[in-house]
Write a protein that binds this ligand. Structure first.
Ligand code: IMP
Ligand code: MG
Length: 181
């Protein structure tokens, strides 16, 4: 089993590249079936989702006509129950009357997705769905942020690789590694 040491923490390989590819294919198959007669707009949440999005779009292949655009946001908690979204890279594309699929690396509390969905709806999107490589159901605080398409569910452990970072590093790892306590 492959291991990575990063900033004093020990990580062990949890999903191999082949297992990830299987998860991505399963997500791609479902999206392809659901959007066969539509022209979805994929909105990729930078930075983490760029690796998953790249594999996902190619796994979907040429059966559906689609577009892709990118957004980069940062969530800040104000008072306990409110959060606001700062757009570091704002949306460049018109989403009015589009079928939007937000692409995320991982849904944790769900705050980011909760706010992004509201933002897309406010801009007139016909539908807004979420595809996330990973999902931590036990940490979800915003029920509407439950992803529609999930590569794999995970418990509360911190993971890195395949786009997921530890203080900006490790996004380049081709597997997903779990922190070892
Ligand atoms: P949320 O808004 O609480 O759902 O947070 C989602 C974001 O938190 C993800 O897009 C990641 O950037 C980050 N995140 C949550 N869990 C992990 C993890 O285990 N590893 C790396 N990043 C994570
Ligand atoms: Mg992210």
């Amino acid at each position: 089993m492959r291991c990575i040491d990063e900033q004093g923490y020990h990580f062990e390989e949890w999903l191999t590249p082949a297992e990830i590819a299987g998860d991505v294919k399963q997500v791609a198959d479902r999206i392809r079936a659901d959007y066969r007669d539509k022209e979805p707009l994929f909105v990729v949440v930078l930075n983490g989702a760029f690796v998953f999005a790249s594999d996902l779009m190619r796994a979907i292949g040429d059966d559906i006509r689609c577009e892709v655009t990118f957004i980069r946001v940062s969530s800040y908690f104000g008072m306990a129950t409110t959060g606001r979204l700062e757009f570091i890279v704002p949306l460049q594309q018109v989403v009015d009357q589009r079928d939007v699929i937000i692409v995320e690396d991982i849904v944790d509390s769900g705050l980011t997705i909760h706010q992004l969905k509201a933002h897309m709806r406010g801009l007139g999107a016909s539908s807004v769905k979420v595809a996330s490589m990973l999902f931590k159901p036990s940490k979800l605080e915003y029920p509407d942020a439950k992803p529609d398409y999930v590569g794999r569910e995970i418990s509360e452990e911190f993971v890195i690789g395949y786009g997921l970072d530890f203080d900006g590093f490790c996004r380049n790892l081709d597997a997903i590694y779990k922190v070892k306590k």
